[in-house]
Structure formats: structure tokens, C-alpha cells
Design a protein around this ligand. Structure first.
Ligand SMILES: Nc1ncnc2c1ncn2[C@@H]1O[C@H](COP(=O)(O)OP(=O)(O)OP(=O)(O)O)[C@@H](O)[C@H]1O
Ligand SMILES: [Mg+2]
Length: 361
């Protein structure tokens, strides 16, 4: 099947259209991602925020085609790496349309995705041990990626690995390169993974809670380093986090996710000044002070339900203090404009669909 064309003005590093990720289970389909749109420009950071279980990591992994085999994935994921054609693998060149390609046209385990993964998109995982093998030295693991995507020369690969280790603040890097992950502390493993992710100068970095395991001083250093490298390399960052304090400091744009949908998106200042969705407002109330460290999202009553067999309705309905009975629980909520670059998915800001109404009532 031929992919649809990239959208006009596709100079964005990433454009996601109607992405859906479902996991078939015995009880029915767990729709972890229920049709989302995302865009990130080169050199910019989009923060994806929301409570535990709302679909952030599943989204991140879908962009890398790392979901389990039985997952059902649909939609479009357009990547525009902004590289010279000659720098791209020839198979990728063949499937590119004006320098963009839809990653969902590739097999998750195929050669094209192997070039994309680690070469054009890298991910810092929520749990460092997901990405690091206990059987190989840290140096070998960073170098493997560099050898696959940047140079065939081992000496050069080692010196790039060393430089990256130093840049992420791993002292004594020469010796550290030859150690195994179990010889590293949690914080050091996280830094090693960041070094690995950045060593190939990706066009898009997906950072899934990259600093949660780190103490506050190191967290600030790592965020600063990511900003610096972003400035040097022009990479786009998808920053997945619970921490609105970190969002205020790092993001250009924010997308708020709830039960597999983006319920609100806006430039960061606009979102903090003028949150619209009751869910976003709830999240905001949970930070003591914007810019304060460690704002945890815990103050909204109830928990995120499992996205299983849900009829078309607002996902936040059960927990929402402003819900409109007979409206919010009757139909899917469309996205509406709430200001420049500001979109919200809530019937407080849009008219419900009248189409299905009985004309004789
Ligand atoms: N392989 C899978 N099979 C079935 N359900 C899954 C699978 N992976 C994730 N889910 C479900 O998808 C939903 C979203 O999970 P996800 O890991 O993306 O949440 P998250 O937003 O990253 O949460 P956290 O903040 O805790 O990391 C959850 O309900 C989870 O149980
Ligand atoms: Mg997660």
C-alpha cells in the first residue's frame, strides 16, 4: 500500500496523525493510544504529560516501532530528519517523499526501521536496564550504536563514546567504558543511556522520564546537557514526564494526555497561564508553584481507568467536576481551537454533535 503524502509544510521533524495502538486481550482491546496527533519542529521540545497509565510510554515506543508483536498500530508517523539525502540509508532514500517518510510503512523488525532506530530517532527509556544489556560493557554498547550508524572505524567510535561519556558527566570515562552496567549506580546508568542515545546525533530524541531516577542536582545537569546538545544538533525532543516543574523549564510546547488521547495542547506559557481542560487544571493544581521542583501529579481524585471496551465518550468523564451529563458521556469529543496554537478536547469549549438527534423529539 502506498503511503499518503506528507502534509503541506512538513518541515517539522515529527508529525503524527491519528496514531492508535491497541493490545488485544481476552477481555477485549486495550486501546492504550486512541488516535493522537502530535507535531514537533526541529530544535524544539514537546512535553507529553499525564498521569501514570495514560499512554505516554506506549506512544514513545510506537514512534520507535518497539511495541509487542501482537499490538495493533495504525495512523501515520512522518519523520523529516533534515539530513542530506546522501547521509540517509538507500532504502530510506527510496521511500522518502521530499525528505519525509511515514515510519508506519516500514516493518517494525525490518532494515529500514533498524536505520531509523538509534540512527535518526533514539530513546532514553524510563527504566535504564531496558536499554542496557548486563552482558556487555557500557563502552561496547555505546560503540555498537556508533559503529552501526556513524563510522566503521572502532578507534573513532571509541573516541566518540569517550567524549559522550565525559559530556554526560561520567568521570574517569576511560576506565568506566570497560565496566558492566551492574558496576554503575542507577544515576550513572541513566547517564550512560543518555550518552548512548545522543551519540548518533538523532533528529528526534524521545526522553521517557529521563531524570526521574536522578537526584535534583544531577537532574538539572542532565537537562542542561540535553538543551545544549539540542542547540548544537537541532534535534527535536519528545519529553515524557510527570513533573510539571520540569515541563516549565524545558518544553516549548505541551501535550496533555489522558486515557490514550491528547486532551489539550498549547505553547508552554499559554498552557500554564490559561489551562482549559478540567484535567489540565487538575494537574496544574497539583504543583505548589510553577518552576518549583518536583511537582507531582497526585491531587485529582480517582485513577486512570484501563482503556478497555470504552464507548465513544470523554475519557475524563467519571472524574470530571464540570462534566455535562448526557453530553460528555454520549459521544467522542472533537478537538477545538482555544487560542493561537492552543487546542482542547472538551465540550465546555465546543458544541456537541447534533447529527444523531431524533428530529421528532
Ligand atoms: N503490552 C501491553 N499489553 C496490554 N496493555 C498494555 C501493554 N503495554 C501497556 N499497556 C497498557 O496501556 C496503558 C498505557 O500504558 P503506558 O505505559 O503508556 O502508561 P504511561 O503513561 O507511560 O504511565 P507511567 O507514567 O506509569 O509510565 C496502560 O493501561 C497499560 O496497562
Ligand atoms: Mg511510562
Amino acid at each position: 500500500m502506498r503511503a499518503a503524502s506528507p502534509l503541506p509544510g512538513a518541515r517539522k521533524a515529527l508529525e503524527v496523525r491519528n496514531l492508535r495502538v491497541g493490545f488485544p486481550t481476552e477481555e477485549g482491546m486495550v486501546q492504550a493510544v486512541g488516535g493522537i496527533d502530535l507535531e514537533i519542529e526541529r530544535g524544539r521540545t514537546l512535553a507529553l504529560v499525564g498521569e501514570s497509565g495514560c499512554g505516554k510510554s506506549v506512544t514513545g515506543r510506537a514512534l520507535m516501532a518497539l511495541q509487542p508483536k501482537h499490538a495493533e498500530v495504525s495512523g501515520e508517523i512522518w519523520l523529516t530528519p533534515g539530513r542530506q539525502e546522501a547521509q540517509l540509508d538507500r532504502r530510506l532514500r527510496a521511500s522518502s517523499e521530499n525528505g519525509s517518510f511515514n515510519l508506519l510503512q516500514f516493518k517494525p523488525g525490518g532494515k529500514e526501521m533498524r536505520h531509523v532506530r538509534g540512527g535518526l530517532i533514539s530513546m532514553i527509556f524510563q527504566e535504564p536496564m531496558t536499554a542496557l544489556s548486563p552482558l556487555h560493557t557500557i563502552g561496547d554498547q555505546i560503540m555498537e550504536n556508533i559503529l552501526l550508524h556513524r563510522t566503521k572505524n572502532r578507534k573513532e567510535a571509541r573516541s566518540i563514546a569517550l567524549e559522550m561519556m565525559e559530556r554526560v558527566g561520567i568521570g574517569n570515562a576511560q576506565r568506566r567504558l570497560d565496566q558492566y552496567p551492574h558496576e554503575f549506580s542507577g544515576g550513572m546508568r541513566q547517564r550512560a543511556m543518555i550518552a548512548m542515545a545522543l551519540s548518533c546525533q538523532p533528529a528526534l530524541l524521545i526522553a521517557d522520564e529521563p531524570t526521574t531516577a536522578l537526584d535534583v542536582t544531577i537532574q538539572a545537569q542532565v537537562l542542561e546537557l540535553m538543551k545544549q546538545l539540542q542547540h548544537e544538533l537541532g534535534m527535536a525532543i519528545l519529553f515524557i514526564t510527570h513533573d510539571l516543574g520540569v515541563v516549565a523549564e524545558t518544553a516549548d510546547e505541551v501535550a496533555v494526555m489522558y486515557l490514550g488521547r491528547i486532551v489539550e495542547r498549547a505553547p508552554v506559557r499559554e498552557l500554564f497561564r490559561n489551562p482549559k481542560h478540567p484535567y489540565t487544571k487538575g494537574l496544574m493544581r497539583s504543583i505548589p508553584r510553577i518552576g518549583g521542583v518536583g511537582g507531582r501529579l497526585a491531587s485529582i481524585e480517582g485513577t486512570v481507568p484501563l482503556p478497555l471496551n470504552r464507548p465513544p465518550m470523554c475519557g475524563f468523564y467519571e472524574r470530571c467536576s464540570e462534566r455535562i451529563e448526557g453530553v460528555c458521556n454520549r459521544q467522542d469529543v472533537p478537538e477545538s481551537d482555544a487560542g493561537p496554537g492552543h487546542k482542547v478536547r472538551c465540550f465546555l469549549y465546543s458544541e456537541p454533535e447534533k447529527k444523531g438527534d431524533n428530529p421528532h423529539e
